[in-house]
Structures are given as structure tokens and as C-alpha cells.
Design a protein around this ligand. Structure first.
Ligand code: MF3
Ligand code: CO
Ligand code: CO
Length: 266
């Protein structure tokens, strides 16, 4: 399937879906505290999406080829969990780091974003990993412009992560997004500058680097979804949905609670 270019009206819908996804993260933020379970974070987010926003939680029963349906409405990935963590009984404790990944559907269009959260006070290493991963996402986003190439995004992310002694997860990547949750192109978080697909106005895709404190290897848990680091090192991820504009990029998944872009990306 080819890369879908979005019209002005479609981009307007993507903006709305994107803001709503980000607002779910704003809503859940004050609940992320020691003693709460990831299942409770799921239930609160689900209620907010369905009852307050009138959005559809895209993960719920999502079943790409080879996967069983995802059983919950959000992904919660704690500590050495890389992505696709399934919310459940696990109770958060001080010192945990947590990614919450939200994807909503509004008027047929998807908005997909995630942030890292600290439960209590993080270790120095955890804080450094989370900060560097945030910078990686923004260094990647900053490469987005017409005539730029997908490899520019991956190369910028990889160089920054590895310069800090961290590693880039290879098995999962950013993705085109629109009417479908995951569409072309694949947006790798590693690569070589000036290679890969050339970017054009109207493309919409995510940038969502997963960065490990240790080695890049991962494995899937028996639940068929949760991905963890093979070496049990900490992992972090941030995600935005972006559009290629005539002059550069537009971040679709921003709201009042979004962390502002680092100085280098403004
Ligand atoms: N939101 C994730 C992404 O960024 C995908 C989650 S798929 C799910 O692509 F089924 F686990 F929700
Ligand atoms: Co995504
Ligand atoms: Co996501």
C-alpha cells in the first residue's frame, strides 16, 4: 500500500485526533503516583476517552496479523518494558519509570502519542535515559521537511542515543497514520542520512524512538504483547504524530500539558 497524502480537511481531523490523544495524557498525569495499578490507569483513561471525549481507544481489540487482540485501551510500559505493556494488576512504586501510550480515533482519524512518567523520584540513570530519549524524538522530528529523507530522522536519533552509550530498539518503528492506525511508511529510528523515502507535504507519521540503557535486544512476554529488554536494562520511549508541511513539520499531538520542545527544535 502506498503512502497516503492527507488533504487540508484530513489534516484538520488529524489535528483534532492528535490533540485529543495528548489530552488523555494530560488527564491521566495526576493519577500516576505510587500505589496505583496500571489497570486502574487504563480504566480511568478508557472512561475519559469514551465518556468525556467521545473518542474510540484504538488499542482495544486491535489485532494486526499474527497478534491476538490487544485486551486494553492504553499501553503502559514500566521500567525494562519497552512498549505494548498490557495494563493489569501491577502496582506502581516510587522509582518506577513508565510510558503511557495513547491512540484515539475521532471522526475516522487516529492520533497517537506517548510520554514518560516518573513515579516518585527517579534514579539519575533513569532521568538521563528519559531526557536523552525525549531529545532523540525531537532531533528526529526536527529533520522532517519536504525533500528530507526518512533516513535523516533515523540517523539523528541513533547518533544522539549512541553518543550517550544507549541503544536504539530495531524491531519497532514509527509509522504512517491516518484513517488507519499503522500505515506506510515505516519510520526507522536508526539509519543513514540522505537515504530512504523522500518526504512530501501531506504525509503524516509518528516518531517514537524506543531507547535502551543497555543492549538493543528485546523479547516478547507470554502475553503475546509486552516487549521487554533482553538484558533487563531500562527502556524509554516518547511519541508524537507529525505532518510534513510546505515548510517543515507540524506536531499534531500537542495539548496544554505537553512538555515543550527542547530549545534546539524551536
Ligand atoms: N500506540 C502504539 C504505537 O505507537 C501501538 C500500540 S498497538 C496496541 O504504534 F495494540 F498495543 F495498542
Ligand atoms: Co505509534
Ligand atoms: Co503509540
Amino acid at each position: 500500500m502506498p503512502v497516503v497524502l492527507k488533504s487540508a480537511e484530513e489534516l484538520e481531523r488529524m489535528r483534532l485526533a492528535g490533540r485529543l490523544a495528548s489530552e488523555v495524557l494530560d488527564f491521566i498525569t495526576p493519577h500516576v503516583k505510587p500505589g496505583i495499578s496500571t489497570g486502574r490507569l487504563n480504566d480511568l483513561s478508557h472512561e475519559y476517552m469514551v465518556k468525556v471525549q467521545g473518542t474510540v481507544p484504538a488499542p482495544l481489540y486491535y489485532a494486526p496479523p499474527g497478534y491476538k487482540p490487544f485486551p486494553k485501551s492504553i499501553c503502559t510500559s514500566v521500567n525494562h518494558q519497552v512498549c505494548h505493556g498490557v495494563p493489569g494488576e501491577r502496582v506502581l512504586k516510587a522509582g518506577d519509570i513508565l510510558n503511557i501510550d495513547i491512540t484515539v480515533i475521532k471522526n475516522g482519524y487516529h492520533g497517537d502519542c506517548s510520554r514518560m512518567f516518573y513515579v516518585g523520584e527517579p534514579s539519575i540513570q533513569a532521568r538521563r535515559l528519559v531526557d536523552v530519549t525525549f531529545e532523540c524524538m525531537w532531533l528526529g522530528i526536527r529533520q522532517v521537511r519536504p525533500g528530507g529523507r526518512l533516513g535523516d530522522i533515523g540517523a539523528a536519533i541513533q547518533a544522539h542515543a549512541e553518543s550517550h552509550g544507549f541503544s536504539v530498539v530495531r524491531e519497532f518503528c514509527g509509522h504512517g497514520i491516518g484513517r488507519r492506525f499503522h500505515e506506510e511508511p515505516q519510520v526507522l529510528h536508526y539509519g543513514k542520512p540522505a537515504t530512504g523515502l523522500m518526504l512530501e507535504p501531506g504525509m503524516t507519521f509518528t516518531v517514537e524512538p524506543m531507547i535502551n540503557a543497555g543492549k538493543p535486544g528485546i523479547r516478547e512476554l507470554a502475553d503475546g504483547w509486552t516487549i521487554v529488554t533482553k538484558d533487563h536494562s531500562l527502556s524509554a520511549q516518547w511519541e508524537h504524530t507529525v505532518a510534513v508541511t510546505e515548510s517543515g513539520f507540524e506536531v499534531m499531538t500537542q495539548s496544554n500539558g505537553s512538555q515543550s520542545a527542547p530549545d534546539f527544535a524551536r
